[in-house]
Design a protein around this ligand. Structure first.
Ligand SMILES: [Zn+2]
Length: 304
């Protein structure tokens, strides 16, 4: 049985994958986007022309009006984020829908359908189906290797990520490789294994700050290197935020953090010959954290 969690996690992976690897141009995709942005009224017809017949349709999902999707309670203005209805106490979501780019209010259980509609809108439905199948195949494979029984979504993710690391390393797809490390770190954080998560985030930071490129097995490194180190500043906000927060939670001071980082980075540096020296990369971590703190302080001041 596929749980909602599996599907949402899969969708997230798909969306991240799409973002990392923009697909080649698709004409039907362009048509939908242009039409949608113009706010044409006959979108149903236009979409049904552009989207392959066997894909799900885009629908008028959600409430355009500021009405609670559970009980119909009317808000004074359109809620802009996830909120709790004061009348029925249900949490609902505020999202844009692809059909006409309108902000709508949705039930939690409608998120899955909305995600699928966005995948259809992006022209990525086939890829989504393929990954969904890969996910279930991996689940069966693990189950068989254990002599049957249930396999958790997390175990399937770990199985696929480990396979993904091997595949991306073989093809010199270091951008993909770094992203898988980030997903692993996110999962460790979710599982409450904060020390492991922090180490994995530090490792991912080292990969990312080196500017990893997806070489797709094409190894003409002279004209197109496999790594293009990033500029200073906050080049990787999500990683910087996670490192900063986890170090805080675990009461790890800068000096200790530096040791952890250098240890992770030194192993990778000697195994994979990344261009930035671990000591130089550490300066990037510190600079990113400092800049982020300054930015947050400025925002706080502005709010006050
Ligand atoms: Zn309500």
């Amino acid at each position: 049985m596929i749980t909602l969690f599996t599907i949402l996690a899969l969708l997230l992976v798909v969306v991240l994958f799409i973002k990392a690897n923009k697909p080649s141009k698709q004409i039907n995709l362009k048509i939908i986007k242009v039409e949608s942005l113009r706010g044409l009224s006959k979108l149903h017809e236009d979409n049904s022309k552009a989207i392959p017949a066997h894909w799900p349709r885009l629908t008028e999902i959600g409430n355009e009006e500021p009405l609670c999707p559970y009980c119909g309670y009317r808000f004074e203005s359109m809620p802009q984020r996830k909120s709790k209805c004061p009348s029925c106490n249900n949490y609902f979501r505020s999202r844009k829908r692809p059909l006409d780019q309108k902000k709508v209010l949705l039930k939690e259980e409608d998120l899955e359908q909305l995600c699928i509609e966005w995948i259809v809108f992006e022209g990525e439905y086939e890829g989504y189906l393929k990954r969904k199948k890969e996910f279930e195949d991996e689940r069966h494979r693990i189950s068989a290797s254990r002599g049957g029984g249930k396999v958790s979504d997390a175990d399937v993710h770990w199985g696929l990520w480990n396979k993904g690391l091997l595949e991306s390393a073989a093809l010199w797809n270091w951008g993909e490789y770094a992203q898988i490390k980030q997903r692993m770190a996110n999962q460790l954080k979710k599982e409450g294994k904060l020390n492991y998560a922090l180490n994995m985030y530090l490792e991912a930071f080292y990969w990312e700050i080196n500017g990893p490129v997806n070489k797709q097995g094409y190894l003409d490194l002279e004209s197109d290197p496999a790594f293009k180190p990033k500029e200073l500043g906050i080049p990787i906000p999500a990683l910087t935020r996670n490192i900063h927060r986890l170090a805080g939670k675990l009461n790890i001071e800068d000096q200790e953090l530096q040791k952890l980082f250098i240890k992770q980075a030194a192993t990778i540096h000697s195994n994979y010959k990344l261009p930035l020296l671990p000591e130089d990369a550490w300066l990037c971590v510190i600079e990113a954290i400092n800049e982020m703190q300054e930015l947050m302080a400025r925002l706080k001041k502005k709010k006050a």
